[in-house]
Design a protein around this ligand. Sequence first.
Ligand code: CA
Length: 229
Amino acid sequence: MRVLIVEDEVKMAGLLRRGFREEGLAADIASSGDDALWMARATEYDAIVLDVMLPGADGFEVCRRLREAGTWSPVLMLTARDAVEDRVTGLDAGADDYLTKPFSFAELLARLRALARRPPLERPAVVDVGDLRLDPATRQVWRGDVEIQLSTKEFALLETFMRRPGQVLSRYQLLEHCWDYGYENRSNVVDVYVRYLREKVDRPFGRTSLETVRGAGYRLRRDGEPEAR
Ligand code: CA
């Protein structure tokens, strides 16, 4: 297991590296966000320990740029204080886990081992399907450069489709993901909301990306995919 430590404080970085090496892990140090970006691109690290407090681009920004650059190594962020806001920002920036300073080295190791068990799958914080783009953190949606205003329910439905591009989703599956048991009138609500969505994400742009698959449900077609018959 090879770990990248992103920390500008020389003493802290050195302590971490020595600790990791004593445990038989390989560990490299990046003392700035820029170094971290090129090192993570050059080597597929099993985990990245990323300090939030860095000179220049902070840890949140570095995490965002790593994900934008297509680096999917698991990221554990080190936050300075136990602030909910920091943890939320970190997770929304694409981090997988966090630990608050001061932390126990044993816990850091255990969390890294847990993270390294996950394959480096693409887990984008922002979802793209063709020229549709959806940001779950800010709850914004765009078709190309045009921002689209959606209601909470429309947003939830579109997110469900965009996380499964090309897949046929039954009305039941869509209900399961977007409506809870508190909702009484479930009979044709999916059809109604798919219609609303089409009016906002397709029709104004001359598209037909949300298609009905007869007898099965609906699907969001990827660009270039032929229409279902
Ligand atoms: Ca630091």
